[in-house]
Write a protein that binds this ligand. Structure first.
Ligand code: C5P
Length: 234
């Protein structure tokens, strides 16, 4: 399993400082909306020059033409993982897959993994009922979205680690799961709802865990990262 650290910062300088302070403990970083909107693609170039892998977490969600053109454009940045919302619809997911493949083969790019966001880990059963999505638990809804994502040709999904087991059982081990909402034991859960510890995410079968504030807001980010890596190896 790989640990991806979320660089949720408002400037490239802060992101670079965090990566430097964490050092060799982490080799995968997530660039999300805040940092990408603040810094543009320069942060991806810099991470690549530092031999880090990049998850470009922009969660595209739009009509098929617009979303698939954004996915193709993102492939040119050299990110290793990019993502779209599974709730954007079947046509959107299918068009994103085909346009991504076209773009990568036309330009000889390394094709990034295309991952679908299911239900955000900050949402739960109460959200589903408020939004009138009756008859589904969060796990059932996530499995439904993941099943559609697989049928459309996506490489995997983002979900809570609480849903990893049911996804792997139903969709196979090769269908990837990326799981945020990770909190070490005793950590502050802040705005997340469906949280899991790093070790439990490993035992549940997650392929990647996304860890943001438990590392980025720690007094000693390198020590926080090291302790998570140690927990995973014990
Ligand atoms: O700080 P924290 O560990 O909660 O950060 C989690 C990261 O994962 C954030 O960057 C958030 O945008 C992202 N994320 C999430 N839930 C999803 C998809 C992405 O929390 N379903």
């Amino acid at each position: 399993m790989e640990v991806i650290t979320a660089l949720d910062f408002d400037s490239i300088d802060k992101a670079k400082a965090l990566v430097k302070s964490v050092g060799s403990h982490i080799s995968y970083y997530k660039v999300g909306l805040e940092l990408f909107v603040s810094s543009g693609p320069a942060i991806i170039d810099w991470l690549k020059s530092e031999n880090k892998k990049v998850f470009l977490d922009l969660k595209f969600h739009d009509i098929p033409n617009t979303a698939s053109r954004a996915v193709s454009a993102a492939a040119n940045y050299g990110a290793d993982i990019i993502n779209i919302h599974t709730q954007g619809g079947i046509d959107m997911m299918k068009m994103c897959v085909s346009e991504l493949n076209n773009e990568c083969s036309k330009k000889g790019l390394n094709c990034p993994l295309l991952i679908g966001v299911t239900l955000l880990t900050s949402l739960d059963d109460e959200h589903l009922s408020t939004y009138g999505i009756g008859g589904y638990s969060s796990a059932g809804y996530v499995l439904k979205l993941a099943t559609l994502a697989k049928e459309c040709g996506l490489d995997g999904v983002v979900s809570s680690a609480k849903e990893t087991k049911v996804i792997k059982e139903n969709l196979g081990k090769e269908f990837l799961t990326i799981t945020p909402g990770i909190r070490p034991l005793g950590g502050d859960i802040t705005d997340q709802k469906r949280v899991v510890t790093p070790k439990d995410a490993l035992l549940l079968g997650s392929d990647y865990i996304v860890v943001g504030r438990p590392i980025t807001k720690a007094e000693d980010p390198a020590a926080a990262a090291e302790s998570i890596i140690k927990e995973l190896n014990c």
